[in-house]
Design a protein around this ligand. Structure first.
Ligand SMILES: [Mg+2]
Length: 271
């Protein structure tokens, strides 16, 4: 078991993990978040959401000033203490949003693919898709280095589309609700490793990493963590990790933020 006194870094998915996937409720995790804050243990949010959305969520969760990983790793917000870092406040990697958008529009014109991107609709429609209020829906559209979309074509066509993207240096990633197009050179795992390296340099000791996630799209992140919590979720495929031993991985019985708390209780002792 880990101790709250260890040099820990917590990387966590949002929807279905720290936040309830339907209500976005997170209260069951509140006590743990307060404890981690008291002990100066960074909680690093990690998701497909935009930096604007994540800054908003950080405020709600009282995690301001901490790093986060947005847009599936294409965007990394740095720790507020790293103001001398050349990339401060944010590192944006790979192909920019506008360029990916252009590629998608070209492919759609040429290949007659059926999909709807977040740029094709207004925040009212996004609100209907996500259940978010108007303010938050507006933030979901502020992509910097990826495009989110709803796929409306066949699986066969999807394979063809993904292959075409790949030839252009882009990946087609399945998230919990939407599909995401981003540079092949970026990922949540790479972003997490990069942040861990930065903390190691600051702390002058090797951080111990604990990751929490609920979906197959979290597997690359959880694979590079020292310890992983798989929060029980709606996804029938489950999460398959390369090393799924009881010493390293805990599968929760509860879903969402209750599962998050259960995983933290399992791995971290209060001394
Ligand atoms: Mg999730």
């Amino acid at each position: 078991m880990l101790s709250i006194l260890n040099p820990l870094l917590i990387f966590t998915d949002l929807d279905g993990t720290l936040l309830d996937s339907h209500t976005y409720e997170w209260q069951p995790a509140a006590d743990w978040l307060a404890t981690l804050r008291e002990h100066h243990i960074p909680v690093i949010l990690c998701s497909s959401k935009t930096a604007a959305e994540m800054l908003y969520l950080q405020k709600t969760l009282d995690l301001q000033g901490l790093p986060f990983i947005a847009e599936n790793g294409a965007v990394i917000q740095l720790d507020a203490h790293w103001q001398t870092h050349p990339d401060y406040p944010r590192q944006i990697a790979g192909t920019p949003h506008a360029e990916i958008s252009m590629v998608l529009n070209k492919l759609r014109d040429k290949g007659r693919y059926k999909f709807t991107t977040f740029d094709d609709v207004d925040e009212q429609v996004i609100g209907e898709w996500t259940g978010l209020n108007r303010t938050q829906s507006a933030l979901t559209r502020l992509h910097e280095a990826s495009v989110s979309l709803i796929w409306r074509d066949s699986d066969e066509r999807m394979a063809q589309f993904a292959a075409q993207l790949n030839e252009l240096g882009l990946q087609f990633l399945h998230g919990a609700r939407f599909w995401h197009v981003l540079d092949t050179s970026v990922g949540k795992d790479l972003a997490a490793n990069w942040l861990t390296g930065e903390y190691q340099r600051q702390w002058k000791k090797h951080p111990i990493t604990l990751g929490l996630g609920d979906g197959p799209n979290d597997a690359p992140l959880l694979d590079v963590m020292d310890y992983a919590v798989i929060v029980k979720g709606l996804n029938r495929e489950g999460v398959r990790l390369k090393v799924d031993t009881p010493q390293r991985v805990y599968h929760t019985h509860q879903e969402g933020p209750e599962g998050w708390r259960e995983g933290m209780d399992y791995f971290i002792a209060m001394l």
